[in-house]
Design a protein around this ligand. Structure first.
Ligand code: SF4
Length: 471
């Protein structure tokens, strides 16, 4: 199910793996709940009890999928877990992960965050070799290639590395082979993956907040190109050769990740606040109050208030309890949906010049409704400030932004966007400003949806380091 009121970009997944000296399933479930924001459409866990694998997965939130009696049958001290966002039209339960297959070396389970750019090519190659695929996911292609590499007695790390050589794109993986658990990050490090120590063993997770909430300790990020194995009392690492630059997805800091997570050395909350301060410097405005679009615009708005000296306040109340149950596919209903999800706080905005700060704009439909709602609530002026430069190009690396037509910034000028939003003024942070806030070299970031320069070869698109796009 997809929330039609929400035109924010959607992430595909979050992953977790554990090797403990107690039953792993309850801890894996807790970790997945911490990462529920990374995927609300499907969830699953696979565990191994001395090499005997069992799993539970399906469509729904973590507590819905893993809340029944079957959960009690998940025995074993090692396991992996996954939360997933699925695009409209795909079958959530069929494509839920972990994906489990058999190999000559035992059962293999895999959870994937990212997108494989050459998956169509790989799928048709292996289909013509007679392979049958049970799902439409690129993740199944990875696990089937891996299972094929896992001949009897094969070294799992070597098999993983041989599989990686065939893959092009974004992948942070958790893999269970028999009773052994591995984590893998693609050579450009698009999606996060980090290592932590829990009181009863070791853990890999998409976000470091998992370790805090499970009362463990963050050790480090998995390096791009690294294959890591965790056991109850240690971990061991193997690196593949990696390119001289990385491609960390800037959207993790701007919007996707929890504010309390630390990704590749930068705390998400801190980065968002700095983005807000830079936004205030780049797009100053005379105003009475700064308000966020809750919840994801909150840290950006706070930063804007600090940077501008304009007081921060809450101007929109969010109803947190309707997101999944309130499904309204038509545009008319979508418009109604925004007002059911958000309502203005009149004492904050009435007769005021309001700066409203959001993390990003994709289509702009929701933000337009918000501006109109603030106007109806009595705001005298409404100035929109956005903590991400204009999104103009599709993402091929695991974010549901697939066509240029959907991006408002792709077919409208700045004044036209402001007019569409019915805002008195509009300002996006610049690309330079975003790089300053992230404090990560430009060559180590993926900025492809902002500048059209893709870090990997994508058919029909420009590869990074070629001529800059004129946008
Ligand atoms: Fe992230 Fe955009 Fe790159 Fe996709 S294209 S990985 S959303 S920065």
């Amino acid at each position: 199910m997809v929330d039609p009121m929400d035109d924010d970009p959607k992430h595909y997944c979050g992953v977790v793996a554990m090797a403990l000296d107690v039953r792993a399933a309850p801890e894996l479930k807790r970790a997945l709940r911490v990462m529920q924001h990374r995927g609300q459409e499907a969830a699953g866990i696979a565990v191994s009890d001395k090499g005997s694998l069992s799993y539970l997965r399906g469509a729904g939130l973590v507590h819905e999928v893993l809340g029944g009696k079957e959960f009690d049958s998940l025995k074993g001290c090692v396991g992996i877990g996954h939360v997933r966002y699925a695009t409209t039209g795909t079958s959530c339960s069929d494509n839920a992960q972990p994906i489990v297959v058999t190999s000559a070396a035992g059962d293999v389970a895999l959870g994937h965050n990212g997108d494989i750019v050459n998956s169509a090519k790989l799928r048709s190659k292996y289909q013509s070799d007679g392979w049958a695929f049970l799902t439409t996911t690129d993740s199944e292609i990875i696990v089937r290639i891996l299972a094929n590499e896992l001949k009897q007695g094969a070294d799992p790390v070597k098999a993983i590395r041989s599989t990686m050589k065939l893959l092009d794109g974004a992948y942070s993986l958790v893999i269970m082979i028999g009773n052994r658990v591995f984590g893998v990050r693609d050579p450009l490090g698009f999606r996060p993956l980090c290592l932590g120590k829990l009181s009863r063993g070791y853990c890999l997770a998409s976000e470091s907040a998992v370790f805090d909430i499970l009362q463990g300790e963050f050790i480090r990020d998995i390096l791009p190109g690294e294959v890591i194995e965790i056991t109850t009392d240690s971990y061991s690492s193997s690196r593949t050769a990696r390119p001289s630059s990385r491609a960390h997805c800037m959207f993790e800091w701007v919007y996707f990740a929890r504010p309390d997570s630390v990704i590749d050395g930068r705390e998400v909350y801190e980065v968002r606040k700095i983005i807000g301060k830079i936004l205030a410097r780049e797009h100053p405005v005379d105003a009475d109050v700064v308000i966020p679009v809750p919840d994801s615009g909150r840290a950006h708005a706070l930063g804007f208030a600090i940077g501008s000296g304009i007081p921060y306040d809450e101007g929109l109340m969010k109803n947190r309890y309707i997101e999944r149950t309130f499904i309204m596919p038509e545009q008319l209903q979508r418009e109604e949906g925004v007002s059911i999800k958000l309502n203005p706080i009149r004492s904050t905005i009435k007769d005021k010049r309001v700066v409203v700060v959001d993390d990003s704009i994709v289509r702009g439909t929701t933000l337009r409704k918000i501006v109109q709602m603030l106007r109806r609530g009595g705001a005298r002026e409404i100035h929109v400030r956005i903590g991400c430069p204009p999104v103009v190009a599709p993402c091929y690396y695991g974010v549901d932004m697939k066509t240029r037509e959907q991006f408002i910034a792709n077919n409208k000028t700045m004044p036209e966007i402001a007019e569409y939003l019915t805002a008195d003024s509009l300002g996006y942070i610049s690309l330079k400003g975003l790089e300053e806030a992230l404090n990560i070299p430009e060559n180590d970031l993926c900025l492809a949806c902002l500048n059209g320069e893709y870090p990997t070869n994508v058919p029909g698109e420009k590869m990074r380091f070629q001529r800059k796009l004129d946008i």
